[in-house]
Design a protein around this ligand. Structure first.
Ligand code: SAM
Length: 299
């Protein structure tokens, strides 16, 4: 290998080197270090504080997996709240649902969004300019704590539980979201890797299970993120495992959604977990993440 290499620490004891063709942007916003680079293998990549967030090769796998299972499980998601998601990829997927009338997106970092608008158009495709979108630049936890509005769905598209996003992975945050979605809504969060960050995945699952009746983990392999990756939906009424492929297909058509990765058949498959992940969940020995002792991903 010649040229420039991006060194990413996955966790203590595990790093990787990604060959970079060109540095598109490298600098600091008020909240985080931002690196946007063109790579040999994954296309354009975004790193925040040295941790990969997406690549143009496979961001559709991450964003379609995050958004569609939850929104399609809800029969009529008219108002959607996204916390985080500064690259605009989740927003673009949400806006594909014709039934969605309004999306509020709350991200802490206004400077980051100026950068992603400019350098990651391929990911957000102008979604920030859709008239259904209201952008708020604010700490997501503060927003949740003070929110008196109702939403049908809440999507947490956050950096890993380190730094400014930690207080969005706690019992108190999940209770605040339950108040926002009520008994009729659904939320979804990404939930780390069940193999590389198993403690973190199990803690998020356990903490959600204290608040919601139906908590459904599911996975996807996103090559540029490295390890197998989990997401979790949580709701008091909506169960993505109980909805038939036929109904998902009908909703996909009715809402006019085109995807590259997610399908109605895949919907059923992703909620079927490998035996060792099921066993880890059944052990039930995970900790609880609270404001007093928030989950912190190991470095
Ligand atoms: N795809 C991603 C991944 O793999 O982790 C997550 C993507 S997204 C770029 C993460 C976003 O969370 C960033 O835009 C960041 O500014 C935002 N964020 C972090 N902490 C936040 C907070 N406390 N409130 C609102 N947004 C926050």
């Amino acid at each position: 290998m010649g040229g420039l290499l991006y060194h990413e620490v996955i966790r203590r004891g595990l790093s990787r080197l990604i060959e970079v063709r060109r540095v598109v942007y490298s600098g600091r916003t008020r909240f985080q270090r931002v690196d946007i680079v063109d790579t040999e293998v994954f296309g354009r990549m975004l790193f925040l504080d040295g941790i990969s967030q997406l690549s143009t090769l496979d961001e559709h796998i991450y964003h379609e997996s995050l958004v569609h299972p939850a929104l399609l499980t809800h029969p009529e998601p008219r108002r959607v709240l996204i916390i985080g998601g500064g690259d605009g990829g989740a927003l673009e997927e949400v806006l594909k649902h014709r039934v969605v009338e309004e999306v509020v997106m709350v991200d802490i970092d206004e400077q980051l969004i100026s950068l992603t608008r400019r350098y990651l158009w391929e990911v957000n495709r102008g979604a920030f300019d859709d008239p259904r979108v209201q952008l708020i630049f604010r700490d997501g936890r503060e927003y949740i704590d003070e929110c008196s509005e109702n939403f049908d769905a809440v999507i947490l598209d956050l950096t890993d539980p380190l730094g400014p996003s930690r207080r969005l992975y706690t019992l108190e945050a999940y209770r605040g979201i339950r108040d926002i979605i009520g008994d009729e809504g659904i939320m979804v969060t990404h939930a780390e890797s069940p193999y590389i960050y198993q403690r973190e995945f199990l803690t998020i699952h356990r903490t959600l299970s204290e608040v919601y009746r139906i908590v459904r983990p599911y996975g996807a392999w996103i090559p540029s993120l490295g390890p197998y990756w989990m997401f979790i939906t949580a709701s008091n009424v909506h169960d993505p495992k109980a909805i038939s492929p036929g109904e998902i297909e009908r909703r996909l058509r009715e809402r006019g959604i085109e995807t590259k990765y997610y399908t109605s058949e895949l919907h059923g498959a992703i909620f079927t977990l490998p035996k060792n992940i099921m066993e880890a969940l059944k052990r039930g020995d995970a900790g609880l993440s609270t404001d007093e002792r928030p989950l912190e991903r190991l470095l």
